[in-house]
Design a binder for this molecule. Sequence first.
Ligand SMILES: N[C@@H](CCC(=O)N[C@@H](CS)C(=O)NCC(=O)O)C(=O)O
Length: 211
Amino acid sequence: MQLYSYFRSSAAYRVRIALNLKGLPYEMVPIHLSRDGGYQRKPEFVALNPQMRVPALALSSGDVLTQSLAIIEYLDDIHPEPPLLPPDALERAKVRAIAQIVACDIHPLNNLVVLQYLKNAMKHAQPDIDAWYHHWVIAGFKAIEAMIAPAPYACGAHVTLADLCLVPQVFNARRLRVPLDGFPKIVAAEAACLKLAAFDKARPENQPDAE
Ligand SMILES: N[C@@H](CCC(=O)N[C@@H](CS)C(=O)NCC(=O)O)C(=O)O
């Protein structure tokens, strides 16, 4: 498999963790999101992912999967061990709710292309854009903080899809200096995850394209 990734992309980071947890070997293909106007916009990559975003996962069959949650659920279907969703339907819904707060409510408002649009097309000043970023991370994290009880992972004794989404989002929040003092449960779940080799190996700073 080939993973089209960018070291700082939190969506690609989610998939890197999933591949590592499942012990699946993959070749990393770095897609630099800002150099030369962004390699995600080059025709070779657009042919793979018309949405011009990472991650994309090319399978040995020639199929190319996009959208991190779809990729992760595919990997979980095909390689069920260790499972990333609990067996109980109610617990599964709770895990997906945390994952979707990150992937559907926080990340889409704060992703590079959105921040660039605020700056370049809407002509907002950088302090306003930073305030926008902080606002949406804090709003989402407040909800997650109220919903989790780390033991030690976000949704209990096993790593789940919730952790795969949460840890990369916390990385991004730290990078953009969002204060995390109000989120001790989120920080505790992150610390527990980062002790695992699968998470450590997936960290942005441990990627071949890290800068
Ligand atoms: N919902 C998508 C989000 C993918 C996404 O937005 N990726 C960002 C990096 S985290 C990207 O490639 N941005 C390209 C750009 O900003 O031009 C997923 O979960 O895979």
